[in-house]
Design a protein around this ligand. Structure first.
Ligand SMILES: Cc1cc2nc3c(=O)[nH]c(=O)nc-3n(C[C@H](O)[C@H](O)[C@H](O)COP(=O)(O)O)c2cc1C
Length: 410
């Protein structure tokens, strides 16, 4: 299964094409819209989130609520496109009905002062753009809406198998608070539902209590007033993942490598770690590795801890998968850093464009999507990718074999 996205930040909208999605899986626009709405939440977002409520149209590959096995095409309209129509038109400016207005608007939105921390400068060199808007429009994290839509499709496949994925913010700037990491839990269904409900209801998508939440909100406001931005840390959890997804047999089949690639490809994510937060560097082997226990009654195998974060030897090991991501403080600054005007080569401050103060809560939703995508692919590789019936039969057979494995030894 693969997906490609197209679309600019202020263009008409975003297109996602998902190829290789199995037939016979329930897919509803509503399920995708729920995730798109979650991406737009979170204290610290800029005005754009108030203008736009993302919704998806399913253009192909789904019929009467079920996937057909054909490529699935999704479309997310950019609601503020009318304000940018002339600036972003694919037609030559001279041929537009109101060409002088379009030219004036385009000139006012063009820029040549790269923003440190963005793709602007390297994109200018690489693609030979004069107007850095030609870099910004595609490099922008608006593209993450398309990823969330693709990830929501992956979740349509994972949810009926009992695989659940969720994230929460565990650090904002220098604030960690005392929120216990969710990863320490031994998950039961009710606990999971509480975790999801509690973190989604919090304006920071965190398990912080109300006093801590207010403290972080005040912190974000102070940073905003100073024209600055904040990064943070997110924990992503996946439960219900069977052992044996991924493989140790080739470097590119390792599940840990696939997850790290998918997650670090998210805009502004600079660090991805696997595990429950226990340092693999400063802990000795006897404390770091997760001892194996076997129940003498039913021969069920359990682990005494989950420092490894559910993956050993490039394969899932049946424990919850635990990942942490670090997002850098956002690059667009209301008080811009020093830069250069590439037209004149004179030193000048970087360009400013409306921007978030922090997008850590939203980044968690994008991280869930990318995690879902990688896990769904690993499921299809192990259990078959043509249709739900075959996939589920293979899934059940595997689980029966795992149980038989234990019974064989009695
Ligand atoms: C959900 C989300 C929203 C973002 N919003 C902004 C923003 O408003 N302003 C900004 O400067 N960067 C924002 N970013 C980060 C930039 O897109 C990112 O820093 C930029 O594309 C450069 O990529 P790099 O930081 O990975 O090198 C956002 C990232 C994500 C994941």
């Amino acid at each position: 299964m693969r997906f490609l996205t197209g679309g600019e930040s202020h263009g008409k909208g975003l297109t996602v094409i998902v190829d290789g999605f199995p037939a016979g899986i329930a897919v509803l626009a509503e399920a995708i819209n729920n995730h798109l709405a979650r991406r737009q939440l979170g204290y610290g977002r800029g005005p754009r989130m108030k203008i736009e409520k993302d919704t998806v149209s399913i253009l192909s590959g789904v019929r009467h609520g079920l996937s057909t096995g054909a490529p699935i095409t999704l479309w997310i309209e950019n609601k503020d496109f009318p304000a940018w129509e002339g600036v972003m038109s694919p037609e030559p400016i001279e041929s537009l009905p109101d060409s002088s207005a379009a030219k004036a608007a385009t000139d006012s939105k063009s820029y040549s002062r790269p923003r440190p921390g963005h793709a602007d400068l390297a994109g200018y060199w690489k693609y030979n753009h004069r107007d850095l808007r030609d870099v910004l429009e595609r490099a922008s994290a608006r593209e993450t809406a398309a990823r969330v839509a693709a990830g929501a499709l992956a979740q349509c496949l994972l949810t009926p198998l009992g695989i659940r994925i969720h994230s929460h913010v565990i650090q904002m700037g220098s604030f960690t608070g005392k929120a216990a990491q969710a990863s320490k839990h031994n998950w039961q269904e009710l606990q999971w539902q509480d975790f999801v409900a509690q973190s989604d209801a919090n304006p920071l998508r965190s398990l912080w209590d109300s006093a801590e939440t207010q403290e972080v909100i005040a912190y974000i406001d102070t940073v905003h007033k100073a024209g600055d931005t904040l990064g943070g840390r997110i924990e992503v959890l996946a439960i219900g993942v069977p052992p044996g997804l991924g493989s140790y047999t080739q470097w590119d089949k390792r599940l840990d490598g696939q997850l790290a690639q998918a997650l670090i490809s998210i805009h502004a994510v600079k660090n991805v770690t696997l595990g429950d937060g226990t340092s693999p560097v400063s802990t000795q082997g006897s404390q770091y590795q997760d001892a194996i226990d076997v129940n003498p009654d039913d021969l069920a195998i359990t682990r005494r801890s989950n420092h490894a974060g559910g993956i050993e030897g490039g394969m899932s090991n049946g424990m919850p998968i635990l990942l942490q991501l670090e997002m850098k403080p956002l690059s667009t600054l209301r008080v811009p850093l020093d830069s250069v005007n590439l037209e004149t080569m004179a030193p000048e401050p970087g360009h400013f464009e409306r921007s978030d103060v922090t997008a850590v809560p939203a980044c968690g939703v994008v991280a869930e999507a990318m995690t879902a995508w990688v896990l769904a692919n690993a499921v299809l590789e192990k259990f078959g990718a043509d249709c739900w019936e075959d996939l589920f039969a293979s899934w059940q057979h595997y689980h029966t074999r795992l149980k038989r494995g234990a019974a064989k030894q009695t």
